[in-house]
Design a protein around this ligand. Sequence first.
Ligand SMILES: C[S@@+](CC[C@H](N)C(=O)[O-])C[C@H]1O[C@@H](n2cnc3c(N)ncnc32)[C@H](O)[C@@H]1O
Length: 188
Amino acid sequence: MQTPHEVVVVRYGHRPGRDDRMTTHVGLTARALGADRVIVPDNAGQSVETVQDITDRFGGPFEIEQSDSLRALVENWDGNVAHLTMYGLPVQEVEGEVRTALEDEPLMVVVGGEKVPFEIYEYADWNVGVTNQPHSEVAGLAVFLDRLFEGRELEQEWVDAENRVIPQSTGKKVVGGDAEGEERNPDA
Ligand SMILES: C[S@@+](CC[C@H](N)C(=O)[O-])C[C@H]1O[C@@H](n2cnc3c(N)ncnc32)[C@H](O)[C@@H]1O
């Protein structure tokens, strides 16, 4: 999506097996809701394949990368850091400040899985709560990005898509990427 600077999501921590779907869904949610890039731990290769496959089929631009040192990645980031946590300040109170800061610098959005080290809480420019109730990194990320972009991400255009969904009041319609292509079987 068009933003003054890049928005990168970092999935901080991944337990192979247990977190596979969650890490994949963090990546898919980051892509669908307007982030430019997601970085996942180096033990989350399965999620990388899935997110890359969806991007190839449904369009971009969107990048997925892996890192073997998430803490260094966060601490060496040349921009601002928003860490999503149920213990943080309410998103509705800080979203304006984060949005304004994005006009000057890129933004890294950190979501956890297993326990996030306290150093990340200290390093973050904002610790942000989407409510102060425990829920999910996927839900927290979705609400945060929608607030950050004020809903504009819902209108974004996708390029180089093999498949394009034509919205229907009932049923499923998928065509080739130029929207003029032949109809595809959505269950294929
Ligand atoms: C299952 S929770 C882990 C909760 C864990 N007790 C902790 O250390 O925060 C996984 C991730 O979901 C996100 N999350 C959960 N509830 C949230 C909330 N209310 N607001 C923002 N993010 C939340 C955070 O990024 C958290 O690291």
